[in-house]
Design a binder for this molecule. Structure first.
Ligand code: AMP
Length: 281
């Protein structure tokens, strides 16, 4: 397994691989890898000749009061996990080498980004789209795998690929959870034992929405209200948003009549966690 930290060397290597007819798969991550990330590598591995994992805590997608500096990092552990998944190249750039100090070109997706996480994190998807476009230009992947855990991110990036004609096949990886249902996340590291228990309310609220819909409930107002009540019973949990939106357009819906994405962000103490599910009426 090769570790490349220079963007120019990454691009040169990718160009040579492409010239020799190799297909390239990319799994972009911010590191501090867990089984969710590894599941994406397992999906990509048989689909490409050369598997690249990028590890980059992207400053452009963090707001001024967010956890950029505190974000957990452990490169040595990540490296050995990547080896275990048969990764060929880890691309591990320094922030200073990824962005020019006077960078002035950014990618703004305008339809799917404003709500949900984009509402609470202004500029977040601009940072995500821009870094993923840069990674695509440096790694030249034939396919890229992203997790359903970040449902809005996935849809925004699929739109970017469509609208800007990136020659990249986008693959969706299902959400990987802990045994008790908590969606795996690098940020779970911030939780103490009590908060770890409280964090189960995200998945419980989603399960409640799913069971209401299975029971024939269609009203988004009713479903949402019951989710709010459930989370309200958990001390230390503060709702950032709970939304039920059309799975494709991410526009709010009043009734669950077609595939509906139910997505939520909840703060457990200082830690903001997200989760989602697709409701099938
Ligand atoms: P991150 O390192 O959090 O930026 O995530 C990198 C990629 O892993 C993104 O495509 C995420 O959606 C995906 N991912 C993160 N957590 C999970 C999970 N629990 N299950 C599946 N994919 C995940």
């Amino acid at each position: 397994m090769k570790i490349i930290s220079s963007p120019a060397e990454m691009q040169q290597t990718a160009l040579e691989l492409k010239r020799s007819g190799k297909t390239i798969g990319l799994v972009p991550t911010m590191g501090f890898l867990h089984n969710g990330h590894l599941s994406l590598m397992k999906l990509a591995r048989p689909e490409c000749d050369v598997l690249v994992v990028s590890i980059f805590v992207n400053p452009a997608q963090f707001g001024p009061n967010e956890d950029l500096d505190a974000y957990p990092r452990d490169f040595e552990r990540d490296e050995s996990l990547c080896k275990g998944e048969g990764v060929d190249i880890v691309f591990y750039p320094e922030p200073g080498n990824m962005y020019f100090s006077d960078a002035s070109v950014w990618i703004d997706e305008e339809a799917l980004s404003p709500g949900l996480c984009g509402g609470s994190r202004p500029g977040h998807f601009r940072g995500v789209c821009t870094v993923v476009a840069k990674l695509f230009n440096l790694v030249l992947p034939d396919l890229a795998v992203f997790g359903e855990k970040d449902a809005q991110q996935l849809r925004v990036l699929e739109r970017m690929v469509r609208d800007l004609n990136f020659p990249v096949r986008m693959v969706r990886g299902p959400i990987v959870r802990e045994a008790d249902g908590l969606a795996m996340s690098s940020r779970n590291k911030y939780l103490n034992a009590e908060q770890r228990q409280q964090a189960l309310c995200l998945k419980q609220a989603l399960a409640l929405a799913e069971s209401l819909v299975r029971g024939g409930e269609k009203s988004v107002a009713n479903i949402r209200q019951q989710m709010v009540v459930l989370i309200g019973t958990v001390p230390g949990a503060e709702i950032d948003y709970i939304e039920l939106v059309d799975d494709e357009t991410l526009a709010r819906v009043e009734n669950v009549e077609s595939e509906t994405l139910v997505a939520l962000a909840v703060k457990i103490g200082p830690t903001r966690l997200i989760d989602n599910a697709v409701l099938h009426p």
